[in-house]
Write a protein that binds this ligand. Sequence first.
Ligand code: GLU
Length: 488
Amino acid sequence: MNYDIPLRVRFAPSPTGSLHVGGLRTALFVVLLARKTGGRAVLRIEDTDRERTVPGAEEQLRQDLEWAGLEFDESPWNDGEYGPYRQSERLSIYQEYARKLVDEGVAYRCFCTLEDLERMREDQVARGTLPRYDGRCRRLTPEQVQEKLERKLPFVIRQKIPANRTVVFEDLVRGEIRFETRDLDDHVLLKSDGYPTYHLAHVVDDHLMEVSMVVRGEEWISSAPKHILLFEALGWSAPPYAHLPLILDTERRKLSKRAGDVSAFVEEFRREGFLPQALINYVALLGWHPGGDRELFTFDELSELFDIDRVGKAGAVFDISKLLHINGIYIREMPEDEYISQCRHRLAVSDISADTNTESQLENLFLLIRDNVSKFSDVPDLLRPYVHETEDMELEARLALDGPGIKDLLTEVADAVSRCEGFDGLVFKGVVKAVGKELSRKGRDLWMPIRAALTGRTHGPELHRIAEILGKESIVKRLRGRVDHISR
Ligand code: GLU
């Protein structure tokens, strides 16, 4: 693909709630193409379907995009020369074009009532044919139309789909696509309340806003022939289309509301403590194949390397474990002070009280668990074993404390630690080894019960690092507290 010409590309969401990862990917590819070519990224709010429009959703969308770091050059909030960018503010434009189409004989008024349409559908189903509008109002004479207009009957405007034509277009992702017009019905362009349908509104806007490439999800592909015919009917040329592959879940079904144990919406990823850069990095890989094994890219690298020619048509699997992996890498690479402040925030809003811990102890604990944090919502649970003397023991830890000689082991270690003059991780290691020698224990037999007693867990960071942060008194207290609960 030649990227020498600046592209005008648009993201055209309907405000129905938080942004889904599918929408995020479209928005990302749109912004990347605009940046790559020195063009313009346009955000247009498609809010003409009043039943689907959810109050507050536009603001949510704005926050989601801002959080993700996707900036649009033109939008309802960042006006440009082609506004308004909210379709509900452009109704008269669509009405004018709908009228023009009727005047030119490529669209017609349809006076069918909901009951008429329902009856038509039932008859078609009963006859075993595909339910669709049968075109009866297309055949009304000008006099009949006039008579109905005089009676002020409500009407919609439908597009006249030409019979027996093959619509062919070259999709930038999927190659040549063909549709037969006999499979399309005369769909509605303008509703009886004067609102356009998505089909009319977006075609008019893509033309008037001089959109030079349409990037959108594969679910719109079946509507594309209608759009191409509409461009034709209006005497305009259709922009090139790039229909992005579906996003699938790990069972290869279309990804819906959930992705593993998180929901598939930006708001939720944010709440769960994913970093926007990591999410963007991962989402870029959903369908785009950069070549080679590399999978970490900054936004600037993406805008340089992204190429619509390298977007595949096969469904892209959304794999939450891979996203967690990438997020973990970004968490380990982020500046330490930012990491600590995110941890602090997660702890503050959790059910854990860390009053007995000093500031520096907490910071050290945050750093201790850093390798295991794959999203910030993990922080409270990862900290739980270290912030207070916990009664919360995992079953494995309880089992590790159930054996002969464990009471003696813990008592000896507690006594030896309490006798230490200076104390740090190294001293702790030495003390444990000395007790082990005395009691003829080593390796797992020696370390596991101590870990279990100190943390209530059988896994975690290196024990001497934990011990150093907990400090002498807390260790003694934890070990002695545990001794009281075990029998041998
Ligand atoms: N408003 C449509 C949506 O909700 C946009 C489809 C398109 O990009 O043409 O996704």
